[in-house]
Design a protein around this ligand. Structure first.
Ligand code: AMP
Ligand code: GLY
Length: 424
């Protein structure tokens, strides 16, 4: 089977790495890929923001299966277009991907289906914000309605700040079209959890859970990023909680989407806050998480290609996933300045030595390969991932590997999974 993976991040590198382990997969293409993926798949320079270009690539390569990493092609309807032309593709349709592409859609859906989430107000204008603010306590979370690559959420300490951030979003100054509508939300307190499930539109199977670290700095300080590191263990979510989340969150979403004529196929990423009152949905993503996918796939022992096909063919079953009881962790090494402005083109050293450490796999994100060397080419550069029988050993392995890799301006959090280790 020939597989085409769309995307260029650490998540896509992990997908390519895992798909290549499948005896069913004979060839992996990646569009456009990155410096690390280039060593494991045939990379094809492609503008993934353009569905026509992706279709042209499919006509050329004739893949038996296409896997979409990032949200943008999904929200542009790549699954609808590929499916219409007879290409088997993994992921939700444009209509179903609204769970991620519109926060107001997601919030109204959650309310209609009685799925626990924060109290909210949808605002189309400064007047709407003014009318809604008296109904909130501070801090208040202001969210851009549309896609904003992790930069569309601001936690505001005062109502004045919430009004001013909303105004900046609504004016288009801050995030363009994505902010033309905003959602105000009650601020929730607790541990975050990334609970991913696989669906075929009807059946749902839980994947291994993970915890992301969204803030740029140690101790959860500084601005939000796409994710600075994640870990996954078999004890992060116990059986009782997993069943609760399936029953009260994942299944009602999949059933509700089907009932509303927008069958949800693919990975449904439920971003949760585990509050004192119970789990509440912060957001949905319509795809695998990045960096969660790196540690999650490190623990997957069964065939990923088979699982993706099961979603397309309507035969998802939890029994088809086999997970190692090992723990895994991914440390994101980022460019100086990220999540703000950064410079690219810095030479990366130490990759080979680090990759030789036991249990370590260095997934590439923003890198490009040139003349046998690797250079930085994005904000999140590498996802240094390690697996071991226990979380402490996995964390030590990942940090040992990180300490061997360098490039000018490199930074990474030193406390990934630290809270989980302290609790033990
Ligand atoms: P979202 O894109 O909605 O997941 O938001 C990104 C991040 O902002 C989440 O992972 C949380 O860290 C934070 N966040 C979002 N909504 C809330 C909320 N209602 N209360 C507290 N933190 C939030
Ligand atoms: N790690 C969060 C995301 O994939 O959106």
């Amino acid at each position: 089977m020939k597989v085409l993976v769309i995307g260029s991040g650490g998540r896509e590198h992990a997908l390519v790495w895992k798909l290549r382990q499948s005896p069913r997969v004979s060839k992996v293409y990646c569009a456009p890929g990155n410096g690390g993926i280039a060593g494991e798949a045939e990379c094809l320079p492609t503008d993934i923001k353009n569905v026509e270009t992706l279709l042209a690539l499919a006509h050329q390569l004739r893949p038996d299966l296409t896997v979409v990493g990032p949200e943008l092609p999904l929200t542009l309807g790549v699954v609808d277009e590929f499916t219409q032309r007879g290409y088997r593709i993994f992921g939700p349709t444009k209509a179903a991907a609204q769970l991620e592409s519109s926060k107001s859609f997601a919030k109204e859906f959650l309310q209609r289906h009685h799925i626990p989430t924060a109290h909210y107000a949808i605002c189309n204008s400064a007047d709407d914000v003014h009318d809604a603010l008296p109904h909130f306590h501070t801090p208040i979370v202001v969210k851009a309605d549309g896609l904003a690559a992790g930069k569309g959420v601001v936690i505001c300490k005062s109502k004045e700040e919430a009004a001013s951030v909303s105004a900046d979003m609504l004016s288009g100054k801050m995030l363009g079209e994505a902010g033309s509508r905003v959602v105000l939300e009650e601020c929730l307190v607790g541990e975050e959890l990334s609970f991913l499930v696989m669906s075929d539109g009807e059946r749902v199977a839980a994947l291994a859970a993970a915890q992301d670290h969204k803030r740029v700095g140690d101790g959860d300080t500084g601005p939000n990023t796409g994710g600075m590191g994640a870990y996954s263990t078999s004890t992060l979510v116990d059986d009782q909680m997993r069943n609760w989340l399936l029953q009260h969150v994942a299944r009602p979403v999949v059933d509700g989407m089907k009932a509303e004529g927008m069958e949800y196929k693919g990975v449904l990423y439920c971003g949760l806050m585990m509050t004192a009152k119970g789990p509440m949905v912060l957001e949905f993503n319509c795809r695998f998480g990045d960096p969660e996918t790196q540690p999650i796939l490190m623990r997957l022992e069964s065939d990923l290609a088979e699982a993706l096909e099961a979603s397309i063919e309507g035969r998802v079953s939890e029994g088809d996933f086999r997970w190692s009881t090992d723990a895994s962790v991914c440390i994101v090494m980022a460019s100086g300045g990220y999540p703000g402005a950064f410079e690219a083109g810095k030479k990366i050293i130490g990759l080979e030595e680090a990759g030789r450490l036991e249990g370590v796999k260095v997934f590439h994100a923003g890198t490009s390969a040139r003349d046998g060397a690797c250079y930085t080419a994005g904000g999140r550069v590498l996802g240094i991932t390690a697996r071991a029988a226990d979380l402490q050993t996995a964390v030590s392995r990942a940090y040992d590997a990180a300490s061997m890799i360098g490039f000018e301006g490199a930074h990474y959090r030193k406390d990934i999974a630290a809270r989980a280790l302290k609790v033990k």
